[in-house]
Design a protein around this ligand. Structure first.
Ligand code: BGC
Length: 745
């Protein structure tokens, strides 16, 4: 269909709808939170969308819409932030922070194409992804959903995801689904790391740091954007016209529809006290620029009554209806997509090809943080390995939040119905074929960690899950594991592998933490093993960075991977035994202590005194850090010395990279710059490019990278994006960096 045909058809449909039908068309309600009678009532009213339903249940309701007067198909939305993770039968990729550690846009795009195919087979059309929030305050519970702390990386990976879900350019005919970038805007910046609290930001800072990733997904054609829960400078995002209209539509050129987050409209009344009642909240939300209202059933009567009383102009509702209808038409929901579920001849859910991509991506998410005295890869002479710790054999910790364990309703009795390899599985499998004795000590510590197939009473778990995080931590600190038993099992081991971290009760939505230390039980275990004189290898499985100073100082080697999912075990074991050379880098900095937060790398210079009196200012591990078994050398950095400020061409940069070791490996070439003098104080370093480069042992290659001219711009105090003349320092490398100046004239 041409653009014109889509417009005409959408307008034609709109002209046939009554006011209540229009209001219903721009609503999305949760299937899981309604009974069958309510669901049918909403279908009869002509609701436009449902969320959290899949497969034959979804298709049943889609088919029901064929019986309605206007036969306008439903959009089914799902939280598919890392593959179709709410379905235990589907391919569940590492969490987004894990995926970001790969610095691999191609594979991330491919993963999202797979996710799109799998949700399509479940009759669904919209994925609430990518998440473009920045993980700059790691106390926030939802850091696992982000691509880390850097706006450039988030924008690049977000755009790759949009292309994967929807298609590159046009919506993919068969398996394209609507991407929904969220949470617009700066949801991760809430004060104190408190989810959905107030964010204090200026318009300038928004334009400089938080809007650019959205601009990239808009340019990639993203069809929907989700409004954040929180306020910015006291104004709820749901009510922020400047954000939703001026910036998003007028400046960035967004053409899709805006959807609220869960009951954002209701929250204007009951949580943010910004509207006196639901009627006014409905008017505020829709006038501010929200097109689809998620999970606020009362919006229906409220919006109708506002229009009928002349307090809300019907044309505002019409605009939103049109936007929703256009996307439905663009994605062919009136055609084949609508009956996709019945037509799938060769289901691909978790097929070999999808699992293979998942495995490949997961292999690229293991970050080697420490490797003292070349402890890794494990020596061929090793005869006995002791494997300990709560995350050694715990698939739910590997999966984490926004998987079937936690959504639509928490249920830790569920098990993945496709390949899943715990860290223990991975180690055991390589140890067996290498004739090494490996022994697992089952964790008998706190109950906030769940074992595959041995979940405790679900009622207990669910109540624990719902409990405030403080009580979770208290729980995690009580019931210390039997340390004597652990030590006994470690006797005679050449190496002890301690798999530690957090779990879905300690990270995820509504699970912000004020303390980022390891639970006491785990810390005590590590110290006891060290004190007994063992060689200690630590493997961290978490949803975000923790404060692990002791581990850094005392581990002989340390690997870290953020909720790696199904293939976490084989990926980690592959690195431990040297079958794989680690190639992941940190997309986020680790604080040394929670009191240092924020520790993101791209801070402004200029701190009187330059440090705390009781803590250094440096993070424990910084953005971009990660070791390899290979040794890479960067030489011969080249770039033009003088560049015209008016130039619109990319700046071409080249550098020679050499693998000086006898092991093939991948370096992540990272490009940063510093604007040496500008009217606005700019960060000490800004990340602006990356390239994964595979080099055979001894190989040397000249690589090229580009720095788009527009990336040099600052947002000045008049909120103008301008390129100022002057000197810039180019910084390129991986761990060690070369620098070269260039001047904008
Ligand atoms: C989350 C969103 C999610 C929505 C629907 C909200 O609580 O903030 O990220 O997409 O629920 O599940």
């Amino acid at each position: 269909m041409t653009r014109q045909q889509i417009n005409d058809k959408a307008n034609d449909l709109l002209s046939k709808l009554t006011l209540p039908e229009k209001v219903a068309q721009i609503m999305q309600l949760s299937y899981a939170h309604m009974d069958e009678k309510e669901r049918r009532m909403w279908i009869e009213r002509g609701i436009g969308s449902l969320l959290h339903v899949m497969g034959s249940d979804a298709q049943r309701f889609q088919d029901m819409t064929l019986e309605t007067k206007h036969k306008i198909p439903l959009i089914f939305g799902i939280d598919c932030v890392r593959g179709h993770a709410m379905n235990p039968k589907a391919t569940v990729f590492p969490c987004c922070l894990g995926m970001a550690s790969s610095f691999n846009t191609e594979l991330v795009e491919r993963a999202c194409e797979i996710a799109a195919r799998e949700v399509t087979e479940d009759a669904l059309h919209m994925v609430f992804s990518p998440v473009l929030c920045l993980g700059r305050d790691t106390r926030w519970g939802r850091v696992d959903e982000t691509f880390g702390e850097d706006p450039y990386l988030s924008g690049e990976l977000g755009a790759a995801m949009v292309k994967g879900y929807q298609g590159n350019g046009e919506m993919r005919k068969d398996t394209g689904v609507i991407a929904c970038a969220k949470h617009y805007l700066a949801h991760g910046e809430s004060m104190g790391g408190r989810d959905s609290y107030d964010v204090v930001l200026t318009h300038r800072k928004i334009l400089e740091v938080f809007a650019p990733p959205y601009k990239k997904v808009v340019d990639a054609g993203c069809k929907s954007i989700m409004t954040a829960y929180q306020t910015i400078d006291g104004l709820p995002c749901t009510a922020n016209k400047w954000l939703l209209k001026d910036l998003l539509r007028d400046e960035m050129g967004f053409e899709g529809f805006v959807i609220t987050d869960w009951d954002n409209t209701g929250r204007l009344v009951w949580q943010q006290f910004a509207s006196p009642d639901m009627r006014h909240a409905a008017k505020t939300a829709i006038e501010a620029g929200n097109d689809m209202i998620m999970s606020t059933p009362d919006f229906y009567e409220a919006a109708i009554s506002m229009v009928e009383n002349g307090e809300l102009d019907e044309s505002v509702v019409d605009e939103s209806v049109l936007r929703v209808l256009k996307v439905k038409l663009e994605m062919d929901l009136f055609g084949e997509k609508r009956s996709q579920f019945h037509n799938i001849k060769n289901p691909s859910m978790a097929c070999e090809e999808h699992l293979k991509i998942n495995e490949e991506l997961t292999n690229q998410t293991v970050v080697m943080l420490e490797n003292k005295n070349n402890t890794l890869p494990l020596s061929k002479d090793i005869r006995k390995i002791a494997v300990i710790g709560p995350n050694a054999d715990c698939i739910s910790s590997q999966y984490g939040d926004w998987t079937f364990y936690t959504h639509p309703l928490p249920d830790f009795t569920k098990v993945p119905e496709t390949v899943n390899i715990t860290i223990w599985d991975g180690i055991k499998s390589i140890a067996e074929k290498s004739n090494i004795k490996a022994e697992l000590t089952k964790w008998d510590g706190p109950v906030s960690v769940y074992y595959r197939g041995e979940a405790p009473d679900p009622n207990d778990i669910q109540s624990l899950h719902r409990a405030a995080d403080t009580s979770d931590i208290k729980n995690a600190n009580q019931n210390l594991p039997d340390i004597n038993k652990i030590l006994k099992n470690c006797e005679g081991a050449d190496v002890v592998i301690a798999v530690i971290g957090d779990d879905p009760t300690l990270n995820g939505e509504e699970r912000d933490r004020a303390n980022l230390d390891l639970p006491e039980a785990q810390q005590k275990m590590l110290e006891a093993v060290k004190e007994a004189g063992h060689k200690l290898i630590i493997v961290g499985i978490t949803g975000k960075p923790l404060t692990v100073k002791w581990a850094k100082e005392n581990a002989d080697a340390m690997l870290w991977t953020f909720c790696p999912g199904a293939y976490g075990g084989s990926a980690v074991a592959g690195v431990l035994f040297g079958e794989k050379n680690p190639s992941a880098r940190l997309p986020i900095s680790f604080p040394l202590h929670v009191g240092q937060l924020p520790v993101y790398y791209n801070q402004l210079p200029g701190w009187h005194g330059g440090k705390y009196i009781d803590l250094p200012k440096e993070s424990l591990y910084t953005f971009g850090y990660g070791l390899s078994y290979s040794e890479f050398e960067y030489t011969g950095l080249e770039c033009p010395g003088r560049i015209k400020a008016e130039s619109t061409e990319d700046i071409n940069i080249s550098v020679t990279v050499t693998n000086k070791s006898n092991m093939d490996g991948t370096t992540v070439a990272q490009l940063y710059f510093r604007d040496m003098v500008s009217t606005i104080s700019t960060p000490v370093k800004q990340f602006k490019g990356f390239k994964r480069v595979f080099l055979k042992a001894g190989e040397s290659r000249k690589i090229s990278m580009t720095l788009p001219m527009a990336e040099l711009a600052i947002i000045d105090h008049n909120l103008q994006r301008i390129i100022e003349k002057g000197t810039f320092n180019l910084i390129v490398g991986d761990g060690k960096y070369l620098e070269k100046e260039f001047t904008v004239v």
